[in-house]
Design a protein. Sequence first.
Length: 768
Amino acid sequence: MAGHETDRLALLELKAKISHDPFFVFRSWNETTHFCLWYGVTCGHRHQRVIELRLPSLKLTSSISPFIGNLSFLRILLLQNNSFDHEIPPQLGRLHRLEILLLHNNSMVGRIPSNLSNCSNIEHIRVSYNQLVGAIPTAFGKLSKLQGFYAHNNRLTRSIPPSFGNLSSLQKLVFSNNLGGSIPNEVGQLRNLIGIGLSENKLSGTIPPSIFNLSSIRFFHVVFNQFQGSLPSDLGINTLPNLLDFSIAYNQFTGSIPPSISNASNLQRLQIAANKLSGNVPSLEKLHKLNFFTTFENTLGGSEEADHDVNFICSLTNTTMLELFQIHSNNFGGVLPECIGNLSLTLKKFVIGYNRIAGMIPSGILNLVNLEVLNLAQNQVPGNIPAAIGRLHRLKRLDLSENNLSGNIPHSLGNLTLLLELFLFENNLGGRIPSSLGNCKSLISLHLSRNNLNGSIPKQIFGLSSLSIRLVLSLNSLTGSLPMEVGNLKNLGILYIAGNMLSGEIPSSLGSCIKLEALSMAENFFQGPIPPSFGSLRGLQTLYLSRNNLTGRIPDFLADMNLLQHLNISHNNFEGPVPADGIFKNLSSDLVAGNNQLCGGILEINLPKCNFKESRNTKSTSTLKLIISTVLGLLGVTSILYFLYVSCLRKKQKVSTSSSLGNLLLNISYQSLLKATDGFSSSNLLGVGGFGLVYKGVLDEGGTIIAVKILNLLLHGSFRSFLVECEALRNIRHRNLVKVLTVCSSVDYHGNDFKALVYEFMTSQLKP
């Protein structure tokens, strides 16, 4: 009975550690029910002691109580797929009867306790997908009954202990961590080994020949390591004859693919990509069960008889379960054989890009109706894109870029309604962009640059709200305007339409594309100003507008775009001051060159000084001077207003319409002048002088046309000019002198002092 109580208390200690139990499984763990009836607990019939504790996939959050080591009859402990954290309690080493320990898919930290080697009956250990560190305990070499040890996706270091060669029952050895060193020769002694999974480590050296002699091995995974050497010449015959999966990609293997590999008739995956293999690919005619075949990123092909480089494809026509075929980034040349049309209808990915293939697209490829990815990019493929390509209804990615294709883009591409990415750039394609592409409602990326496409951009393209990665139409001969519908692309990240013959104004709706990170409209015939709506593009990092006919001033909001890193507005007709903040702080002169009416900016861009700088871009050289100038200005304005008031009192004649207007203007505000001049727009600018700017304006009160002279208060002498001009014009009347109506002394919306003189507008331009 004492043993029963020990088990019960150990279980209650485990429960006490649980901090999150979303499925309420521990409600049954109470005093009214015998612990052998608690959820997840199994007891032996003879002694009524706990022999199994199964609590997997319950989203439990807890640390494992060390009291679990008191369950001395425990054989099976399943705690996988939860959120157990802290260390694996070393008290588990007391469980001498333990056979299965599953702790994978948790958040456990620390080292693997070496005293687990005391669990002499253990057969399976799974601690994968945790955050365990340190070395694999050498003492585990004593676990003679161990069949499977899975510790991948942790942070384990050091090397594989040579003592593992003593694990005579071991069937699967799976580590994917940061292990270094080489595979010990002793591993070749494990005659029951059926699987080696050592991918994603830092292992190096050569594979011990003794391992290749293990006929029991069915899967061999060493992807993403630094292994060297060549493959055995008898691979598949005397070496690893029962292979199902041979994956050695992303290493440094050299030499050729042994022709004997075809004798491994049960092979389902042959992944030898990203090595340094060379020569021709041998016949694979006996690999009838092959699913995956990848040889990309080697130096295969390039034989003297280049026309035969890809003839091995025909040896796969009896492979009825082939799904993935990737041989891109090699030296394959020649012509694609028509036998491609006889490949399995199960084929989903056919990727042969980045080679030297020169033949036309074989018509047979259109028989592969279940293709999801077709990639022939960066070859030398000539001819037209087959119109029947629209039959490949399952296509999600079509990449025919960087070839010698000509003719028109087939309208049948609009039938590919599942298409996500379409890349046809750098060919010789002509004609118009088919409007049928507007039917590809799943399209996220469209790249058609560097062709000979002409005509206008179909509005249907801008109806693809799915476009979120890129729309690239640069370097063609497209004409017309950029449609307002471009604003529908609210999720688009990249828009490149540079190097065409597009014209008209930039549509303000482009400001609705708020996810834009890169926008290139350079080398077109766009005109007019940069739309104010561009201020909404807060995520913009690249903006190229060079070599157009754009006009107006450089908007201040460009300086406020914190993420903007690349800007080119050269060779336009911009005018006025260049900002000195934000992106403009480090702008080089060639990025604003060709705008002859620009001024100011940082010294490095070598533009002439502006006669008038906006207050936001100027700083006072002396705070004291600014204070004195402000006080004098206020006193001067007060005096002038007083003299004007006294003068009005002395007038005895009847008030005329014009004098009524003058009285009305006497109290004119900054807001009224801002509105009258359309925000001091450059289109209303009449002239620039030594002390300020003169704008034309229209007052709401009767539509009276006025001229407004704004003084730059930070220029030396500007206040004196203001006072002298007011005093001189107060009483003088002459046909050649313009009548001053009133003055404005206020502050603008930035809190800066604002001084202006308001004149009657004359037909001839006022000189400031």
